[in-house]
Ligand binder design. Structure first.
Ligand code: DOR
Length: 436
């Protein structure tokens, strides 16, 4: 790969907790040099990124790419382009496809399709149980050999504690995390939004916070029993944050993620029966949002993940009760985090880079996540001042289902470096325009 020199960027290194202005040179898939006034090697591509932030490449640990079987909602081809447009150099794909990625063949297929596309890297997650049905263990080691980076029955909670214990024991031996979708399903049966006054007013059946908290509590106990690393997906309640704090204070190997929508919206977004705000776990209350923001700032929740859940328009354009759960999140995550958290002073730049790059990489055992010589040449370049109105019609994703349509957001990704290739996705503040 030819050398690329990023001129006059503002570098954000979450590991050294440093923000500074410098040039950054990459060559042969690695960061080769960082300093002011770097000479450009012969033949190097020079990209003026003045006014832009350079983050180590952002990674989304929770996406649904729908292939195989759900290609009317999303394909790996459209999903990886959506990831690049959203500023993500790698995405971890949940196994709730059709067939479910519960064996080496499907896991290998997803990984291979990702490699063929060659945009954002696709890291497959294997199911914990066959068909994610919660009855029989899936062949975890085979899937790990085929490239699975974690195991999860996302979309369902593995209610059988004995099966979860066994899965965690295997995952622990393989050195990969178990990602749990925490939802006690007897408590949420038939529910379509958060349980509470708003649900009562709207005449919709609620899903109580307790359903999520009970599941997290059990999984933490099993994580302690097995020594397996537990990663709690899409945390949405204050009670879960309390449980995580207690577990972390006792040194358990546990991490957690939160989505932009759970950090920014409340159950009020469901008023008007907007099916784009129907998501699982459901949007909760302002009190929950405040605790989630605190937890993200203090590191109790170290990862922002999108839970990118694309659905076809006709599936969402139906009665609230009937619509599928999910928000198409890849292309709005970074601007939402900038607009609502960074620009409002809730988290700083190095924290944003830690939550979007360093911590996701650590969870999945990926190198990188910092800006230093020798680190992988994976970068996300963000224009913190760029303002744009969210228009789902311009999404690369097939999923246009977002409650953020029409929001004016400030702070957009302008390009990503994917080791072998620079992809410009918006114009640089001082340069011409190219499109992917
Ligand atoms: O809202 C959601 N949608 N939550 C999930 O857990 C699954 C996801 C999907 O696959 O659509």
């Amino acid at each position: 790969m030819k050398a690329i020199l990023f001129r006059s960027g503002t570098l954000v290194d979450p590991l050294g907790e440093k923000v500074w202005e410098a040039d950054l040179l990459v060559e042969d898939g690695r960061i080769k040099g960082i300093s002011k006034g770097l000479a450009s090697p012969r033949g190097a591509q020079v990209i003026n990124v003045s006014g832009c932030l350079i983050f180590p490449g952002c990674v989304d640990v929770h996406v649904h790419l729908r292939e195989p079987g759900g290609e009317h909602k999303e394909t790996i081809a459209t999903g990886v382009r959506a990831a690049v447009r959203g500023g993500f150099v790698a995405v971890a794909a949940m196994p709730n496809t059709s067939p479910v990625a519960d064996n080496a063949a499907v896991v290998g297929y997803v990984a291979a399709r990702g490699r063929e596309e060659g945009w954002s890297r696709v890291l497959p997650i294997g199911a914990l149980s066959r068909g994610s049905q919660g009855e029989e263990l899936a062949p975890l080691e085979e899937m790990w050999r085929a490239g699975a980076v974690a195991f999860s029955d996302d979309g369902h909670w593995l209610a059988n504690a004995q099966l979860m214990r066994r899965a965690m024991e295997y995952a622990q031996m393989l050195g990969v995390p178990v990602i749990s979708h925490c939802e006690e399903s007897e408590l949420t049966r038939g529910g379509v939004m958060n349980e509470g006054i708003t649900a009562t007013r709207l005449g919709l059946r609620g899903m109580p916070a307790a359903a999520e908290e009970i599941a997290v509590a059990r999984d933490l106990v099993l994580a302690e029993l097995t020594g397996c690393h537990l990663h709690v997906a899409h945390v949405s309640t204050a009670g879960v944050v309390r449980l995580l704090r207690e577990a972390r204070s006792r040194g358990l190997s546990v991490s957690a993620e939160v989505t932009p929508h759970h950090l920014i919206l409340t159950e009020e977004a469901v008023q008007g029966y907007d099916t784009n705000a129907k998501v699982n776990p459901p949007l909760r209350t302002q009190a929950d949002v405040e605790v989630l923001l605190e937890a993200l700032a203090d590191g109790t929740i170290a990862i922002v993940a999108t839970d990118h859940a694309p659905h076809a328009r006709e599936e969402k354009e139906t009665e609230f009760d009937q619509a599928p759960f999910g928000i198409s999140g890849l292309e709005t995550a970074i601007p939402l985090i900038f607009t609502e958290l960074v620009h409002k002073g809730i988290i700083g730049l190095t924290q944003a880079a830690a939550r979007l790059s360093l911590a996701p990489r650590r969870l999945l055992g990926l190198p990188g996540g910092s800006l230093a010589e020798g680190e992988p040449a994976e970068l996300t370049v963000i224009d913190p001042e760029r303002e744009e109105v969210v228009d789902p019609a311009n999404f690369a994703s097939k999923g246009r289902n977002t409650p953020f349509a029409g929001w004016r957001l400030k702070g957009w990704p302008v390009g990503v470096l994917l080791r072998d290739r620079w992809c410009l996705v918006r114009e640089l503040p001082g340069a011409g325009r190219e499109e992917i």
